[in-house]
Design a protein around this ligand. Sequence first.
Ligand code: NAD
Ligand code: UFG
Length: 337
Amino acid sequence: MILVTGGAGYIGSHTVLTLLQHGHDVLVLDNLCNSSAEAIHRVNRLTGKNARLIEGDIRNRALLDQILGEHPIRAVIHFAGLKAVGESVQKPLAYYDNNVGGSITLIEAMQAAGVKNLVFSSSATVYGEQGGAREYTETMPLGVPSSPYGKTKVMIETILGDTAHADPAWTIALLRYFNPVGAHESGDIGEDPQGIPNNLVPYISQVAVGRLERLAVYGDDYDTPDGTCLRDYIHVMDLAAGHVKALEHIADKTGVYTWNLGSGTGSSVLDVVRAYEKACGKAIPYTIAPRRAGDLPAFWANPEKAARELGWRTERSLDDMMADTWRWQAKNPQGYR
Ligand code: NAD
Ligand code: UFG
């Protein structure tokens, strides 16, 4: 059985679905601070399987001890955490407490229970500012992320590395995601941000569905082909498949493994807008706004290590990502509510 922390969230719910389809038993622990139990109900309906959801917090050591004591957990996929970059600048302690503190409590409980197999949601943000347009490779040194959120990812990677160094029985996969977007092809599960979205694709979606008036494109004077920032967008179902591959790969190994999960291609903000317009069949009104503080001009993954070692590559195009996002948004204009 696989314990999935944060499994009711955006990436977690798609990964739970994929795990169930691969025949894994799944237990989800989520405090629902940024998600809805409805996501797991829908995953169970789509798969005809039964992932159980326990509503609770990864900072609750007694609850973790109980879960690890009562269920035959062989590995943990750890998604639980706060992820809003801007909010983390305003509320750094909440991010260090939830993300770093929560991860330490989880690692301690796993250590005590003898469950030493962990897949962790890291981020391309750990590479920090490397200067100019960059392809990130796993062998690059970690940088200094500009936000407390990003710093929590560097800290947790470091803590996990030191834990495995001290106790070689641990096996840890650090998965560095690039920009996850898209939704399950059914349109029944997807990303459901609370309040005004911070991220590009959820924002465009709400413009497309009439909840927001127009997109602000943050800067068109970068040194990129059309002047807007380049990112490596990855379909959330490709990302979910990467987790299953990583979990299966590390099952009979020990040590720490790091993989970029990205497509290897950068797309500009305007490329995304045009792909979304094609998917939804309407124009997305936008204005050019000043640059957003902390944004890097251009970065994308070198995905070769995951291809070589996991036999994993992205399969879905930017058009697929936007078509699936639009299906989810059109079927669920108010998200899960
Ligand atoms: P999400 O907010 O949809 O999912 C996170 C889930 O964790 C939510 O369901 C939330 O309720 C739960 N959670 C938060 N704190 C918790 C706690 N203390 N105890 C129990 N549950 C808790 O976010 P997501 O986009 O699915 O991201 C999942 C993970 O991937 C996060 O760690 C995030 O930092 C990381 N990540 C996300 C992106 C991205 O762009 N979405 C990029 C890189 C890395
Ligand atoms: N953008 C806009 N308008 C918006 C929102 C975003 O133009 O309303 C632009 C941004 O400037 C950026 C691109 O769209 O160029 C993508 O922005 P997102 O906010 O969707 O994604 P980021 O690349 O900024 O964020 C991602 C992850 C974070 C991670 C961060 C670190 O979502 O988890 O990279 O680089 F921390």
